[in-house]
Ligand binder design. Structure first.
Ligand SMILES: NC(=O)c1ccc[n+]([C@@H]2O[C@H](COP(=O)([O-])OP(=O)(O)OC[C@H]3O[C@@H](n4cnc5c(N)ncnc54)[C@H](OP(=O)(O)O)[C@@H]3O)[C@@H](O)[C@H]2O)c1
Length: 277
């Protein structure tokens, strides 16, 4: 059975599926191709890759093999930290576009807020957007301070901010900040790579709703109005992770999950990330 995945409307009216497949750590070649194929068969219409993941070629190949019209797939990729700067960004974008073997990208993101560099790179994203090579542009791992800094020089506001976000790192202020500015928040590592799935409250709610712990956690993101991109290379998990649009969490259960927040990160903090490493 194919799932029907709703979209969120970005402020420029582009529709982005609220759930997509993340492919970080999915190996280039068969592994990533089979994961994308399984996702498309399950009804996914959004794939999140990055030049850093080294699997853009496989993602592009699987999309082409699916036979879906290009316009039916929402494709995201990202500018890696070594490629910042106006000209370098344009070059890196072109490389990603060719690897993916597509005429345009749906969403192009600055992967991290590399200090003293991201403003110039953003100008290149604005140019790509104005010239129609990307349908939407955005940032990733930007906190309020980075967004404030970008706002000093940008002409076009990011449409998306993709950040680490899950019940153990419920970044409510950042969510509200983005919401007020019409910037769609998208969560990475929504499943905390599995850590959260043993949590007693999550397990209890899984029993209550007759869903899996992963489905409870992903549904929580949907209830927050956040878009998300869980990763899996396991077809059964890919399928079940998208089976979250036939139920709602009651508000008391959302509150109970909110209370799991410990500000706990499973990935780097943008302000302490080793940008020279
Ligand atoms: N912008 C950024 O800086 C950034 C950073 C990190 C990630 N991301 C994006 O966000 C995506 C998701 O984040 P992530 O891959 O780090 O972590 P995640 O989605 O939270 O977790 C993925 C892990 O959970 C397992 N898993 C998936 N579904 C499961 C289920 N139903 N039950 C139990 N385990 C399950 C997967 O295993 P199997 O694959 O073996 O099934 C994999 O090991 C990435 O793939 C990437 O596209 C972006």
């Amino acid at each position: 059975m194919k799932h029907s995945i709703p979209t969120v409307k970005l402020y420029n009216n582009v529709e982005m599926p609220q759930l997509g497949l993340g492919v970080y750590k999915a190996e280039e070649g068969n592994e990533v191709e089979e994961a994308v194929q399984a996702a498309i068969e399950s009804g996914y219409r959004s794939i999140d890759t990055a030049s850093f993941y080294g699997n853009e070629k496989g993602v592009g190949k699987a999309i082409e093999a699916s036979g879906l019209p290009r316009k039916d797939v929402f494709l995201t990729t990202k500018l890696w930290n070594d490629d910042h700067g106006y000209e370098q960004t344009l070059k890196a974008f072109e490389k990603s576009r060719l690897q993916l073997s597509v005429d345009y990208i749906d969403l192009y993101l600055l992967h991290w807020p590399v200090p003293n560099k991201f403003e110039e790179s953003w100008k290149a994203l604005e140019k790509l957007y104005q010239e129609g090579f990307v349908r939407a542009i955005g940032v990733s791992n930007f906190h309020q301070s980075h967004l404030e800094q970008l706002s000093q020089t940008m002409q076009i506001k990011p449409m998306v901010n993709q950040v680490e976000f899950h019940p153990l790192l419920f970044q409510e202020e950042l969510l509200e900040y983005c919401r007020m500015r019409d910037i769609q928040l998208q969560s990475w590592r929504p499943l905390t790579r599995g850590h959260l799935l043993e949590e007693p409250i999550i397990r209890k709610l899984a029993e209550k709703y007759e869903k899996t712990p992963a489905q409870i956690v992903l549904r929580w993101h949907i209830e927050q109005g956040v878009a998300t991109i869980p990763k899996s290379v396991t077809p059964a998990r890919i399928h079940s992770n998208a089976d979250i649009f036939d139920f709602r969490l009651e508000s008391e259960d959302i509150i109970a999950i909110n209370q799991l927040n410990q500000g706990q990160r499973f990935g780097p903090h943008p302000d302490t990330f080793d940008y020279n490493g």
